[in-house]
Design a protein around this ligand. Structure first.
Ligand code: SF4
Ligand code: SF4
Length: 238
């Protein structure tokens, strides 16, 4: 019988005769395919609990492996190596090395949430993908993703001023990710803003970018907020 998700099995564990006749019956090809047994010893008992502590990973234990998430996944349609059902399965088994092996594709989730909408057990697979990507980053296994860098810039501005300035977020994000500030689409957007936006609004945007105003009476609020977030993180991850 055909092996579904064959790409997940190490090639050396798949045994198959291209040409085999048994008792006069031709059983060549996938009709005589075997998989050698595997004894798992390299698991981490606490891994599921670790991922549950990340935002989005809380319900990973609910999965019953129906495969609906993978079937509906936008990225799986592009690349069958991108498989949320499989990563949820190995997370539950504590097979960290298998997550690490796929570190180059786990982050590719586009957050379309099709998986989350279809999941019959409210596992929220999209959240699990994000939790795994964050775990990989925090363990230093992968570099920070552009979305993490964007989130950090956004949060830093809130801590400092109680508000964000779109222009500043964009400028600092490009700087931190090594991208040129003047991108063709941005030039086009600025041209249209100049053409269609009220002058007073444009001037306010420019002034806010230069002088970086704070929310009224922000005072020590940013520090308190920062402290609170730090405590919450420590409570979750130790
Ligand atoms: S759809 Fe939900 S229950 Fe089904 S495999 Fe995916 S995460 Fe598990
Ligand atoms: S949110 Fe991510 S994992 Fe879920 S369907 Fe979309 S691309 Fe796939």
């Amino acid at each position: 019988m055909a092996i579904h998700e064959k790409t997940l099995i190490e090639p050396e564990r798949i045994l198959q005769h291209d040409k085999l006749v048994v008792d006069g019956v031709d059983v060549s090809g996938h009709w005589n395919t075997m998989i050698t047994p595997r004894t798992v010893v390299d698991y981490d008992d606490d891994f599921e609990a670790t991922i549950q502590k990340y935002t989005g990973g809380e319900n990973v234990h609910r999965c019953w492996q129906c495969g609906s998430c993978t079937n509906s996944c936008t990225m799986y349609a592009q690349n069958t190596d991108f498989n949320p059902r499989y990563w949820i399965y190995v997370t539950r088994l504590g097979l960290k090395d298998e997550i690490i092996r796929d570190k180059e594709i786990i982050w590719q989730c586009v957050s379309c949430n099709k998986c989350t909408n279809i999941c019959p057990k409210d596992v929220r697979p999209e959240g699990v993908m994000k939790a795994l990507a964050h775990w990989l980053e925090e363990e230093g296994i992968t570099d920070k993703t552009p979305s993490t860098i964007f989130d950090e810039e956004f949060t830093e501005q809130i801590y400092a001023r109680g508000r964000i300035e779109d222009g500043d977020v964009m400028k600092n994000f490009f700087k931190k990710t090594g991208q040129p500030l003047m991108q063709p689409w941005l030039v086009e957007m600025i041209k249209r803003m100049v053409r269609y936006m009220p002058v007073a609004h444009l001037m306010r945007m420019g002034t806010n970018t230069v002088f970086k105003p704070r929310t009224k009476s922000w005072g020590r609020t940013g520090e308190v907020l920062q402290e609170y977030v730090r405590e919450q993180k420590e409570a979750a991850h130790g």
